[in-house]
Design a protein around this ligand. Structure first.
Ligand SMILES: NC(=O)c1ccc[n+]([C@@H]2O[C@H](COP(=O)([O-])OP(=O)(O)OC[C@H]3O[C@@H](n4cnc5c(N)ncnc54)[C@H](O)[C@@H]3O)[C@@H](O)[C@H]2O)c1
Length: 435
């Protein structure tokens, strides 16, 4: 099949590379000419394990190409995926300006019947708007399908190639048939292709992200209580997660969730509720608890220094919002860093892949140093703050860690270390909810 993908970010590039890998002819479009040029030269603009090889193979075998010209890519495609960003506006609603521009450009390129697929996460009912924007540019026939994406950055290729399910929101049998054909190679293990109406498909995406975020906030709230009353949230988690009704995923207390999806999608759902006169209290509470969690973690650090961190130095291990990605959107590390810096603290930063992105947003300064290794970040620091649980931080050389820090203090924002072992090694250790 001939596929066009509009927007070559985390979702679009992964989708394009995976569709090409299963034998389709794929053209990926991006308005960012520098990105397109880099991709043509085999330079992958984001860090995503396995993506580099997949893109290079697609290009080398002539199944994957890149352009800045949407109408040209659309003209020959059977299916067109929209994967442009839908970031939050200050009021929490998704900004649909990219989707609108892309829809109109797609409309200008349509020749003959097309299936146009909304893969961007969009507010409920946006499929209708996309259809209107396209229709304003063409009288050619098309169907708009809602096909939310559930991949996770860091394991995006695997998630895309072996999805738990594929949701197809459409009322058109022809469009559904085309989508089934495209996705069948990814569902060989029997995972379902679920057909529903477009509104339910749009809602499904928000429901999943809000539910997962709520689980995390629920655990963080209980962790705060553990900090007050004693008890270890990690033991509580084990006790809970063995209950098959609860399961083990997304029950980890920590410094809170971030990324380009959870915070934005939850804000979008809350504002959708509000615009229909409905308060989504559980989801709002999950959102508030998440923002509070960064403050609680920072307060722990401040508390250890009697509230005065001016001139103190903190080593940060991890900047990306989670391991195996360079994505810094809504990353808790950045909030913690800003809160400490606002009180006069110095920071020494290290992340295995997100350093360059971070440096562009937060340039190096006399009080903010980017370090070449995790150990260099520790040199002379008053405490280590573990914020992102990259594998390489799990079992460091503890005697080296101790010798490099000016005080053996560790604040573990992801509960990856064992408090008893830390104590044994001579560290003053504070995790989340491990009183
Ligand atoms: N990142 C994730 O893990 C993830 C997972 C599931 C769903 N989503 C959703 O998928 C969508 C895309 O997310 P992302 O993280 O890939 O975004 P991104 O910001 O990484 O990429 C978006 C790309 O679209 C391009 N673009 C914008 N307008 C364009 C236009 N008119 N024509 C061509 N290109 C255009 C941008 O230049 C950018 O490269 C969002 O709605 C997001 O919520 C993201």
């Amino acid at each position: 099949m001939k596929v066009a993908v509009i927007g070559t970010g985390y979702v679009g590039l992964v989708a394009g590379a995976c569709f090409a890998d299963s034998g389709n002819q794929v053209i990926c479009v991006d308005q960012d000419a520098a990105k397109v040029e880099a991709l043509r030269q085999g330079i992958i603009p984001i860090f995503e394990p396995g993506l580099d090889g997949l893109v290079k193979r697609g290009v080398a075998e002539g199944r994957l190409s890149f352009t800045t010209e949407t109408p040209q890519a659309v003209a020959t495609a059977d299916v067109i995926f929209m994967a442009v960003g839908t970031p939050s506006l200050p009021n929490g609603q998704p900004n649909l300006q990219y989707l609108e521009a892309a829809s109109r450009e797609v409309g200008r390129g349509i020749r003959g019947y097309k299936v146009i697929v909304n893969k961007s996460t969009v507010p409920i009912g946006a499929h209708q708007k996309v259809a209107e924007w396209i229709q304003s540019q063409t009288s050619e026939p098309f169907d708009v399908v809602s096909n939310p994406e559930f991949l996770k950055e860091g394991s995006a290729i695997d998630d895309f190639l072996k999805p738990d399910r594929v949701v197809i929101g459409t009322t058109s049998d022809t469009a559904f048939e085309r989508m089934s054909q495209l996705y069948t190679p990814f569902l060989r293990q029997g995972n379902p292709l679920i057909r529903m109406d477009p509104v339910s498909a749009e809602m499904t995406k928000y429901a999943c992200n809000s539910f997962l975020a709520t689980r995390i906030s629920f655990m963080n709230e209980l962790a705060a209580l553990c900090d007050r009353v004693g008890g270890d949230i990690e033991l509580v988690r084990k006790g809970m997660s063995t209950d098959v009704r609860i399961g083990k995923h997304f029950l980890y207390a920590g410094v809170g969730y971030g990324g380009s999806c959870f915070p934005k999608d939850i804000a979008a759902l809350v504002t959708t509720g509000q615009s229909h006169g409905l308060k989504l209290g559980i989801i709002e509470a999950a959102q508030d608890a998440n923002l509070r969690q960064r403050e609680l973690f920072t307060a722990k650090v401040l508390g250890a220094f009697q509230g005065d961190v001016a001139g103190k130095t903190f080593a940060f291990w991890g900047l990306a919002f989670k391991p195996n990605t360079d994505d810094l959107r809504e990353a808790p590390a950045l909030s913690v860093m800003e809160m400490l810096e606002a009180r006069g603290a110095r920071v020494r930063l290290f992340d295995p892949v997100a350093m360059e992105h971070c440096r562009r947003q937060f340039p190096e300064s006399p009080s903010r140093k980017y370090c070449r290794t995790s150990y260099e970040a520790l040199e002379g620091a008053d405490a280590l703050l573990l914020i992102t649980e990259w594998n390489e931080f799990r079992t460091p050389d503890w005697s080296k860690v101790k010798s490099l820090l000016s005080r053996p203090w560790i604040f573990d924002g992801r509960n990856i270390y064992d408090p008893a072992f830390m104590k044994q090694q001579g560290f003053r250790y504070q995790g989340i909810g491990r009183a």
